[in-house]
Write a protein that binds this ligand. Structure first.
Ligand SMILES: Nc1nc2c(c(=O)[nH]1)N[C@H]1C(S)=C(S)[C@@H](COP(=O)(O)O)O[C@H]1N2
Ligand SMILES: [Mo]
Length: 254
């Protein structure tokens, strides 16, 4: 070592720290670039070719967290019948236009592509009847306590030996003219308070409230309570949903 060159221990320490800092900085930059490269070159998902698999995972996790915010057991609050309003608000008439004959109506239940069951109203009325009084909430900001009756979705599916179809991720419903349509995640569809509903305030559903059969799904906002069900099908990908296509939340739970 050159004896003339006096080594200043403080300077040495500063140099060492500077080197470590630079090293750490480049390492992190490298790591960030590598992560980006991996994401960029990762496969896109079959659901949506624009979404790379790792991002899809984050979206799926968000969906699961959202759906996890209620369990099958968690019930919407119910009320005594006397609390229900007598004048029930009518909101939304998409898919309810034109002349419509409830007497010739049949539910088109698509068990699988090309395998559709036609079910009449008298058959549905013969199934066990369930009533519910709950606070119906519309995303427009109003709510009202209303009284409905029909067959529980799960009782209906069991009666037609369709319970195995609940392995699918979604159900899709549409009005007979396909003017209004919704997609429902399976846990909400088979939630114990979800009804295929044919009565309001103890009387058959009025035409503008979905006669002869509508969905009542208390864990969701009003947009999902499709009036005048025409077709009903099962799917593993999210079925088309009228308001989701306009930018509203697909799940619309509360
Ligand atoms: N066929 C059909 N169902 C529908 C709608 C609609 O426009 N068409 N509107 C939805 C909305 S936004 C709400 S708030 C509820 C209102 O139900 P009600 O008219 O029985 O109060 O129906 C839902 N179901
Ligand atoms: Mo609504």
């Amino acid at each position: 070592m050159n004896p003339n060159k006096v080594q200043d221990p403080l300077k040495q320490q500063v140099r060492k720290k500077t080197l470590i800092s630079f090293g750490a900085f480049f390492l992190l930059m490298g790591l960030a670039y590598w992560s980006w490269l991996r994401l960029y070159h990762s496969a896109t998902t079959s659901d949506d070719p624009a979404i790379h698999a790792p991002l899809r995972k984050v979206l799926d996790l968000n969906g699961q967290l959202f759906q996890g915010s209620f369990s099958e057991q968690k019930l919407a609050k119910t009320f005594p019948v006397r609390d229900a309003v007598k004048q029930v608000r009518v909101n939304g008439n998409l898919g309810l236009g034109g002349t419509f004959d409830t007497s010739t109506w049949k539910l088109h239940l698509v068990r699988a592509p090309g395998d559709t069951l036609l079910i009449g109203m008298d058959e549905i009325r013969r199934l066990p009847k369930t009533e519910i009084v709950f606070d119906f909430k519309c995303i427009e900001g109003w709510d009202q306590v209303t009284y409905w009756a029909g067959v529980k979705m799960m009782d209906f599916l069991k009666a037609y030996h369709l319970d195995s179809l609940t392995a699918h991720k979604y159900i899709g419903l549409a009005t007979p003219d396909n003017g209004y349509y919704v997609g429902i995640d399976m846990p909400s569809a088979i939630h114990p308070q979800t009804l295929l509903c044919y009565e309001m305030n103890g009387r058959p559903l009025p035409m503008n409230q979905g006669a002869p059969l509508r969905l009542i799904i208390p864990v969701k906002y009003g947009i999902k309570h499709l009036k005048r069900i025409g077709s009903f099908y099962f799917s593993d990908t999210p079925p088309r949903d009228y308001w989701a296509e306009q930018g509203y939340d697909y799940y619309s739970g509360h």
